[in-house]
Every structure is written in C-alpha cells, then in structure tokens.
Write a new protein. Structure first.
Length: 191
C-alpha cells in the first residue's frame, strides 16, 4: 500500500470531465486526507450527449460541473487543455506530441511546473482508446500490460525461489500471454 503525506502532489490526467472521479476518486480523497495537493488536467471538454432526461450537456454546463466537483473534491488547481467541440472526444486528431507537450510543459499545471510526486491516468484501456487506438489494439495492449504487470512477475518467482527451469517459465508465461491476447481480441469484438 502506498504511503501518502503532505508533501505529495497528485497530477491526474483525465481525457474529459468525470474520468478523474471514476478512475482516481479514491486516490484523490486519500491524497487530500494526507494533506497533499491534487491537480487535474482535463484534456478536453465540450458538448456531449448524455443519457439523461435533459439530453445533451453543453460545454458551459460541463464547465460549471467541473467547478463544482473541483470545489467539492478540493482540487488545488485544474486546467482544461483543449477546450471546445473541435477537440472534445477527438484527441486522436490532435496528435500525441501536442498532447504530451501540453501535459509535460505547456499547461499551467504541467509536470514541469508543479513537479508532481504521483502522475495517474484513469486507466490504460482508457488512455489507449483516447489516443486513437482501435478497440482491437486496446484489447491487445491491455492483455500485454496485464501479463507484464501480474502474470510474468508472479510466475518468475517459481524460477527464483522454487528452482524451476527457465524453459518451464517461458512455456507457462507464453501460454498465459496467448490466453490474455485471445481474451483481448474477444473483448474487443463485443459491440
């Protein structure tokens, strides 16, 4: 478990409003409870169709919602990087370099300016989808990251501590990788 204190600075990079709460709400609360600072870069904001009685939410309504959430969750600051309907839900049209420059240097709360101790993106799957990857590529990359982060390290302990052969490790982890890749493909095909 991560130890947090008042020296921590959390930077959340949310593709659009509400992702910061859905993906990182618990961490935001823990950092604030520990006395740390929380910053959020919303990559886009614009008018969107909601599943509500009121229909679409305008960009201005969403701006007001961001202000209310920011106050409620006690953000130290936030910034909307690419405002307006020309960018909202269209990050793939901006280009990765421009997005990375905004996150790293250009935003008033960029990595360079606030020097965060923790940087989070709500999820790998979400980040891949918003940077223009196809559903298939998102499913495959999620499988690879799960394999690298969970399966491979756990199975490598058998080599280190149980003195099992490296070839067996390769066969077992290869099998798990193929299984995860197949699952990624299947999930990507679900409408």
């Amino acid at each position: 478990m991560m130890s947090l204190d008042s020296s921590d600075k959390l930077l959340v990079i949310a593709p659009h409003p509400d992702d910061e709460v859905i993906g990182c709400g618990g961490l935001i609360q823990k950092v604030k409870k520990a006395g740390g600072k929380v910053y959020v870069i919303f990559l886009t904001n614009g008018t969107t169709n909601d599943f509500s009685k009121n229909g679409p939410s305008t960009e201005n309504e969403r701006d007001e919602e961001i202000k209310k959430v920011s106050k409620f969750l006690d953000f130290d600051d936030y910034h909307i990087a690419f405002e307006g309907n020309d960018f909202h839900l269209k990050l793939d049209t901006i280009g990765q370099k421009k997005i990375m420059d905004m996150i790293e240097r250009e935003s008033p709360i960029s990595i360079e300016k606030i020097k965060p101790t923790i940087v989070v993106f709500p999820s790998v799957t979400m980040s891949l989808a918003y940077f223009g990857e196809t559903r298939l590529m998102t499913g495959l990359m999620s499988a690879v990251w799960m394999w690298l982060g969970f399966i491979m390290p756990v199975q490598f302990t058998d080599v280190l501590f149980s003195k099992k052969p490296v070839k067996l490790f390769g066969i077992n982890t290869g099998y798990r990788l193929i299984s995860l890749l197949v699952m990624g493909v299947v999930i990507s095909l679900i409408p």
